[in-house]
Design a protein around this ligand. Structure first.
Ligand code: 4NP
Length: 169
């Protein structure tokens, strides 16, 4: 099984949308998701201001409009154990990638990536922080950019054979 963690700043806008989108896309591809499945998907924030909070209403509304239900998710902060547990830790932007690099053990740095590295031709190099500036239309744009990233990432997992291999830790 492969364990994947999506990371943004607050874990209430971008990474919950990524978690919901990835879960839906994995199921659509026939990949069991969860503790006993082929893939495990989670999200977290590098900041801790919203611990335990549900996703931002704008994210809930936009995701729900496109069939992705993220209402039950709860914000949490990245923990050091995550670097051992998750095989792919995908940051939404460069600031969050740097924040992860600063706290990740040396021998786990290769688990850190930008989500959009997997979707190089879609026009977004990173997913910008939407919290203070974006209205619903802005959330809609980043929802579809994240979706492009997720589709490309799952294509990568399938094509590289990573899902077929056993990952021991
Ligand atoms: P996210 O957005 O990182 O996509 O969840 C943010 C949410 C909250 C804050 C910043 C970004 N904040 O400053 O509280």
């Amino acid at each position: 099984m492969i364990r994947v963690l999506f990371v943004c700043l607050g874990n209430i806008c971008r990474s919950p949308m990524a978690e919901g989108l990835c879960r839906d896309e994995a199921l659509r591809r026939g990949l069991d998701e969860g503790e006993e499945g082929r893939i495990l998907i989670d999200s977290a924030g590098t900041g801790g201001w919203h611990l335990g909070a549900p996703p931002d209403p704008r994210a809930v509304k936009v995701a729900g409009r496109h069939g992705v239900d993220i209402r039950s998710l709860k914000a949490r902060k990245v923990a050091v154990e995550d670097f051992d547990h998750f095989h792919f830790i995908l940051a939404m932007d460069g600031d969050n990638l740097q924040a992860l690099q600063a706290i990740c053990p040396e021998d786990r740095q290769d688990r850190l990536h930008l989500l959009m590295q997997f979707a190089e031709n879609c026009g977004f190099r990173e997913i910008p922080d939407p919290y203070h500036i974006m209205d619903e239309a802005g959330f809609e744009r980043i929802f579809f950019a994240i979706k492009d990233g997720i589709v490309a990432f799952l294509d990568h997992l399938e094509q590289s054979g990573a899902l077929a291999r056993e990952h021991c830790c």
